[in-house]
Write a protein that binds this ligand. Structure first.
Ligand SMILES: Nc1ncnc2c1ncn2[C@@H]1O[C@H](COP(=O)(O)OP(=O)(O)OP(=O)(O)O)[C@@H](O)[C@H]1O
Ligand SMILES: [Zn+2]
Length: 728
């Protein structure tokens, strides 16, 4: 390679940088990593191209220090995608590339795949499994998995199915029950699924209409309608064609149950990628995907950037989920990047949800996406209706009304399970002085602190600050401090004292922080040894518990009056999803939603007429306000320890904009962020609005560099968020 080499270097500065070929050693390849000097630092960058001539004087260029990859790490399609992503989100290319790479590759580790190891049962293993299977559940599970694949099973797939498999493999090897073997000529046969329902078969036809090329299909199916089954059939077909599929699911949705369900149906072809895996496992999965051949990659947000040379299908499950949007650094939407990727490669993409995002629904209604529907539950169970329970005039005990408590009791007595959804973890959202109204504040944020540990401890959910709850009011010295509102901890405690015989489990970030604890708790629900589940939104997604017959929503009113125009949409999705956990088995479900605003019109529409009717009404509101999907936004945020610096910067930036030629673009703000001070830094923002995307992007391209060059920019940390999902 001669001439000038263009390298994407991980720095906030946009564009690629010019280097000379290395003085000695192998030549760099496009798409491979190199080590370069950048200012005084040495960084790892990716070669993105060559040029005959440098943008600056060649005498000032430095040579590449070292070539890391002698073959391209990223192919042209992925490089294109990353360049598109950097352009669309107005983010530096080098940082975009870094976001897309597994952490070990970012650090310069070699991109070599360890030799693929395969396992099978030994003769002794087969005997033990029939005669005296081990009592340890994980050992037995592993043996059974191998029994189903007599020709051998790849270790990588075993690890996907069984997190932390190392000690189990070691133990079984020690006992002589399993052994290494050569890779099988054919990977294990996928297991067939149940025959599809008419609705499912119909949806499959819609998706498969002129198969092969790019098309976006929205699969809108009520909760429990069997969307996953439709994905599985498509995935099996993709494997049969010898191709790869990418399946993205929400962070919290990638449960062991889901992995097992997929693993069971796609044989040894499953590659799982999520943030809970070790860096080594992630790299192995990434490299296995890059090697091509039939495979299913099941992952969370960042898996959208996995190299997939034989990609034939993309599936986004729960496409409305907020976790697909990254909220810091490269603020990308994995769903939107996936759609772009499908278009670029001319392959179909399926977006599944019971509660599609308004943007997605709008595209489907406008005919830009195909629209397949599953109107009924696959098992024939009926979807439960949501009943509103007006709690304005009712006494509440720790947030629970008597009728709600009574229903929980009756359902559990009848052998069912109950789920109570609480939107806040901890004991209570606030500690307030009865005498003067003082609210225990976070000292670093403009917000109150949440009570934890039965009310003895305060924690800030925005910055993580913690301290013991004070014995007296810090305002007036009063001694009557009360816990206001309810969190998961308080509701669980109240239930324990009211229903002492019931087995109650609390699901929130605090109780599931330890590795494997969520797994264990979900397994206990599946086994029927938990009667009542109390938890946050982590309970709303994907779980399929046939014995669960009652869902109670303790309080969803916070979504009705938020400063964020998406708050109601999110609340509607959450309520519909959590309600959808009820009555999935033989017995019908019941859902009660406590509210102080039973007359709220959109809430009424949601509850009486369902998500579609709600979405239509909400879309009409968005249209009249020119908000997404009828308008497009970019959010510029600035923050600094100095209270005035963010607003000063944004005002100066807005000043630059007013002289811009782009008339289709409006600037809203600057305004202090709704939570102005967070972790000791003051925050302000500016919204850029345009009726269509093209002028918005044209404007940003010209304006952002100018804003970055302002003197005021040096005093703040600032960022841009294209298609922002959160305005708080
Ligand atoms: N064709 C079918 N025949 C029989 N049972 C089915 C069929 N399809 C799905 N099921 C069962 O129906 C239940 C719900 O299916 P699945 O989990 O695929 O629904 P879903 O639409 O993905 O649900 P949700 O969006 O609520 O998470 C599961 O127990 C599944 O095994
Ligand atoms: Zn704080």
């Amino acid at each position: 390679m001669s001439g000038v080499i263009r390298v994407a270097v991980p720095t906030p500065v946009h564009g690629a940088f010019d280097y000379l070929p290395p003085a000695s050693g192998p030549s760099p390849v496009i798409g491979g990593r190199v080590r370069v000097s950048f200012g005084r630092r040495r960084l790892i960058g990716l070669v993105v191209g060559t040029a005959a001539k440098a943008a600056v004087d060649t005498a000032r260029l430095r040579p590449i220090d070292e070539v890391i990859d002698d073959t391209p790490l990223l192919g042209p399609d992925l490089r294109d995608l990353l360049e598109w992503t950097a352009r669309y989100y107005h983010h530096a290319l080098g940082e975009t590339v870094t976001t897309a790479l597994p952490v070990l590759l970012r650090r310069g580790e070699p991109a070599r795949r360890p030799a693929a190891i395969h396992w099978r049962l030994s003769g002794e293993g087969r005997r033990v499994l029939t005669d005296a299977p081990p009592r340890a559940a994980r050992q037995r599970q592993l043996l059974e998995q191998l029994a189903a694949a007599p020709d051998g099973y790849p270790e990588s797939a075993l690890r996907s199915l069984l997190p932390r498999a190392t000690p189990v493999l070691a133990r079984l090897t020690e006992q002589g029950l399993i052994e290494h073997c050569d890779p099988p000529a054919q990977p294990p046969e996928p297991r067939p699924g149940p025959p599809l329902t008419t609705d499912q078969a119909c949806a499959l036809d819609t998706i498969n209409a002129d198969p092969g090329g790019f098309a976006v299909t929205l699969l809108q199916g009520v909760t429990g309608s069997g969307k996953t089954e439709v994905y599985l059939q498509l995935l099996q077909a993709t494997l049969q064609q010898g191709r790869q599929a990418l399946v993205l699911v929400p962070e919290i949705g990638l449960t062991p149950q889901l992995v097992a369900r997929f693993g069971d149906r796609v044989g040894g072809r499953l590659i799982v990628l999520h943030s809970g895996m070790t860096a080594v496992q992630r790299l192995e999965g990434w490299l296995a995907a890059r090697a091509g051949g039939p495979a299913i990659v099941l992952g969370t947000r960042s898996a959208v950037f996995t190299p997939l040379p034989d990609l034939g299908l993309i599936v986004i499950d729960e496409e409305h989920d907020a976790s697909f949007k990254q909220q810091d650094g490269l603020r990308y939407s994995a769903r939107d990047v996936a759609i772009r990727r499908a278009q670029q490669l001319d392959v179909p993409i399926l977006l599944g949800s019971a509660t599609p995002a308004l943007e997605t629904l709008h595209n489907a209604l406008a005919g830009r996406y195909r629209h397949a529907r599953l109107a009924t539950r696959a098992t024939g169970a009926s979807a439960p209706a949501i009943q509103l329970l007006d709690v304005r005039s009712r006494p509440l005990e720790e947030g629970l009304s008597r009728p709600l408590l009574a229903r929980v009791h009756e359902h559990v007595e009848a052998g069912g399970q109950a789920l109570l959804f609480v939107n806040r973890r901890g004991f209570a959202p606030a500690m307030i002085c009865h005498d003067c109204g003082w609210i225990a504040p976070c000292r670093r944020c403009d917000t109150g602190m949440t009570l934890h540990r039965g009310g003895r401890h305060l924690r800030c959910h925005h910055c993580g600050a913690a301290r013991p709850a004070p014995p007296q009011c810090e305002g007036c010295g009063g001694e009557t401090l009360i816990a206001v509102g309810e969190g998961t901890e308080r509701v669980a405690a109240a239930l324990r004292s009211r229903l002492p015989a019931a087995r109650i489990a609390r699901f929130d970030r605090d109780t599931t922080a330890r590795r494997g604890s969520l797994e264990r708790m979900l397994a206990s629900v599946a086994a029927g040894t938990t009667d009542v589940l109390v938890g946050t939104q982590m309970l709303a997604k994907g779980h399929d518990f046939p014995a669960l017959t009652f869902v109670g929503v303790i309080n969803a009113d916070h979504g009705l009056f938020s400063a964020d125009f998406r708050a109601f949409e999110r609340m509607a999705q959450l309520v519909t999803q959590v309600a959808g956990r009820a009555g999935r088995g033989e017995r019908p479900g019941e859902v009660l939603l406590q509210t102080r605003h039973p007359d709220h019109p959109l809430l009424g529409t949601l509850v009486r007429s369902g998500y579609d009717a709600f979405a239509n009404a909400a879309l009409a509101e968005r249209e009249s306000a020119g908000l997404p999907p009828y308008g497009h936004l970019a959010l510029v945020q600035a923050e600094a320890p100095d209270a005035d610096a963010p607003t000063r910067f944004l005002a100066a930036a807005a000043g630059l904009a007013s002289s811009s030629a782009e008339e289709a673009v409006a600037i809203w703000g600057p305004a202090p962020a709704p939570l102005e001070r967070r972790a000791g830094r003051f925050r302000a923002h500016l919204l850029i609005h345009a009726a269509s995307r093209a002028p918005l992007h044209r404007f940003l391209r010209a304006w952002l560099p100018a804003a970055g060059g302002l003197r005021e920019a040096r005093r703040v940390r600032w960022s841009v968020d294209v298609d922002p999902q959160e305005l708080i």
